[in-house]
Design a protein around this ligand. Sequence first.
Ligand code: NAP
Length: 289
Amino acid sequence: MTARLIDGNALSRHLRAEVARRAAALTARGVTPGLAVILVGDDPASAVYVRNKVKACHDTGIRSVQETYPASLTQSELLARIATLNADPAIHGILVQMPLPRHLDAQAVIEAIDPAKDVDGFSTASAGELMTGLPGLRPATPAGCMKLIESTGIDLRGKHAVVVGRSNTVGKPMALLLLQANATVTVCHSATPDLGAFTRQADVVVVAVGRLHTLRGDMVKPGAVVIDVGINRDEHGKLCGDVDFAAVSQVAGAITPVPGGVGPMTITMLLVNTLDAAERAAGAAATTP
Ligand code: NAP
């Protein structure tokens, strides 16, 4: 392997220590940062995600309130609960774990969250703030990818970044964050012919597709920074990303592993968003770690 490993666990530990410091400082001023996490139904994977988020809050001094409801919860009951949390001054962030049961309108639920408390950054208000470069809460996974890219020391100004994937939660916000950092950005997707022709030109490649070996060794420029967002299982059931790690790490300059790359950063950036929201609510000058 010639590429430097970008260690998401180490960067996460560093950022979480900073979150804990900010949470303690805010608490000392009489404002304990608070996150409400809503889980509807009994999807086991969602329950694990929620448990991990609640634990991360506990570890960093953020008060978390977990609300679990049966899958039979109605849309109006859920919206009423969100309205109550919107009005609660002790709650600075509201997160509704996705996916919701099919009878619930997920987008309407997301839009019901006060944009100042939208710590997932999925509402159209948050997306609009990102699009226009206004301050606001950015989606956690792409925000975490930006931290990982920054940690390599690369100056994005004038660099070519290629994002593979255009979902509303990862690919599109990722492209906008890179654009804001003055990279020249190309977005590729399932209708892009000859993906390698684009990725081979890139100084930075972010892959968020959800398919094994989307990025192979011959698709990467020597020395490029490669960020692997994908979560897949190989034929042996082993967790792996969208990047052919063994081959790409021989060519790239820096690369994230799966697991231990983007994954830990996603929860970390949720904590950062909650702190930012709490500090803003408390009128404190937010200092992003
Ligand atoms: P998604 O909504 O399914 O979007 C996948 C994107 O990949 C789509 O834009 C799709 O293009 C594109 N795509 C599909 N096949 C392609 C191909 N052959 N070449 C180029 N592009 C292709 O998925 P997502 O929510 O963005 O998530 C992507 C992956 O990241 C998944 O594995 C997910 O589990 C993982 N993820 C990880 C984290 C984390 O914390 N580590 C967080 C979120 C997501 P079209 O738009 O044309 O269909």
